[in-house]
Structure formats: C-alpha cells, structure tokens
Design a protein around this ligand. Structure first.
Ligand SMILES: Nc1ncnc2c1ncn2[C@@H]1O[C@H](COP(=O)(O)OP(=O)(O)OP(=O)(O)O)[C@@H](O)[C@H]1O
Ligand SMILES: [Mg+2]
Length: 222
C-alpha cells in the first residue's frame, strides 16, 4: 500500500503523522515499512537516522526521493507492505507524482481558517490526479485540535468545511499534545514514549479507520 501524507500547508503535522503511522505499521501490524522522504528539509530522514542509531527501536527503512517519483514508488511498493510518503508543504512535482500512484492520500488539516482555505486547491489537485489514479482514496484528518470542551464546535466546523469539498473526512483526529513534539526527539514515536497513552490511541484510530475504508472498497470490487 502506498500511503501519501501530503498537503500544501506547512506545519499541519504531515511528518509527525507519517512517522507515527510508520511505527504503528512496523510495531503493531508487524509489517514491512519504508518511508519515502520527499521533503528537501529532511525532517523525517533526520528522525529516521536518530531512530536507526538506537538498537532498541524497530528499524524503519527510509529513502529520499524528489521529482518524478512515480516509478520509484511503484517498484518500492513491490517490496514493502507499506510505503509511507512524506511530502513537504508545497505543491510540487513529487506530491503530484505520489498522488498519481497512492492507494490512500491523508491530508492533515489544523482546525484553522488559513489551513482549511488550502482545501480548495487540494481538491483541485486530487481531482486531476484521480483521472490517472481512479482507485485512490483521499481523506482529510483534522490535527492538533484544541482539547477545551468549548472549542469542540471549531473541530466540528472544520470537519464540515472539509467534507463540503466532497472528500472523506476521518472521524479520528489528533489533539494538540506535547507528546507529539517531545516524542520526535531521538527518533522515537508516541508508541515508545507512552504505548497506552491518548496520543498512541489517536494514531491507532486514524490508521484503523483509514485501513477499514480500503478494505470496504476492495471488498466491494471483490
Ligand atoms: N497533534 C499534535 N500536537 C502537538 N504538536 C504536534 C501535533 N502534530 C504535530 N505537532 C508538532 O507540530 C510541528 C509541525 O509538525 P510537522 O513537522 O509534522 O508538520 P509538517 O506538516 O510536516 O510541516 P512541513 O510542511 O514543514 O513539512 C512539529 O513540532 C510536531 O511535533
Ligand atoms: Mg514535514
């Protein structure tokens, strides 16, 4: 499965989500995982380097890919259960190339107006890519949500605005929690820092919800 975590808004949590999902696949699903880091800032490559220096952590393979990465991703997908693609925050060739072969595109969005404004352009890109990759499933996932109960309407509103673009919006979300930021140190994930914590459950829920959509669709088509 090629899972692209993409979107053009910087800081929405793409790398954080890509890294934690990769650990979930490797550790809890015991799957083979490769992360393709397509961001010249190398956030995820640096995280992997720290991770793979620690023999106590599951090794996750990582490769840097830029530009026309379509064929690279297709051949890597033959060798790994999950290829997780972390694209940087801009509309670039790698993002479009990855979209043209991805099984699932996850687009993190903070429940903030400037972030949600980018949904229009994402919808444009997705519909263009669907012409060459009609089986692709795309989902918005609302991230870094405020946890105060009086802020709950903001989360709901963000989900409704995203859904109005005709793109799936996951029920599962992430709340703003320091553990996401802190766990990146030394190549760890929320699963190593607090395996039964709230953040680990948020990532599990996101992964399971996304994988269930894939299964429903494959079942439908036999
Ligand atoms: N749910 C969360 N709660 C708190 N902090 C978070 C959460 N998700 C991500 N972060 C933090 O927000 C910062 C930005 O996240 P991240 O680097 O994943 O964004 P990005 O979308 O990959 O950014 P870029 O577009 O620059 O690649 C990081 O410090 C990360 O640890
Ligand atoms: Mg990033």
């Amino acid at each position: 499965m090629i899972l692209l975590v993409g979107g053009e808004k910087g800081g929405s949590g793409k790398s954080c989500l890509a890294q934690n999902l990769a650990v979930f696949f490797a550790k809890e699903l015991e799957a083979t995982v490769l992360i393709a880091d397509c961001d010249p800032q190398r956030t995820t490559s640096d995280w992997i380097q720290a991770r793979n220096n620690d023999p106590k952590l599951e090794t996750i393979n990582c490769i840097q890919l830029y530009g026309k990465i379509r064929n690279d991703l297709l051949s890597l997908n033959e060798h790994y259960d999950y290829v997780v693609v972390d694209c940087g925050g801009s509309d670039n060739l790698a993002l479009r190339a990855a979209m043209s072969v991805a099984n699932h595109v996850l687009i993190p969005m903070r429940p903030k107006r400037r972030d949600i404004k980018t949904a229009t352009h994402m919808e444009d890109m997705l519909s263009t890519c669907k012409m060459v990759n009609p089986k692709m499933i795309a989902s918005f996932v609302i991230t870094q949500c405020p946890s105060l109960p009086n802020q709950a309407p903001r989360i709901l509103e963000a989900k409704e605005v995203c859904a109005s673009f005709g793109i799936n919006v996951l029920d599962s979300i992430t709340y703003a929690r320091n553990i996401y930021d802190d766990s990146e140190e030394k190549g760890t994930s929320v699963f190593e820092v607090e395996p039964d914590g709230k953040a680990a459950n948020e990532i599990r829920n996101i992964a399971n919800e996304m994988l269930a959509i894939k299964q429903e669709i494959s079942y439908e088509f036999g």
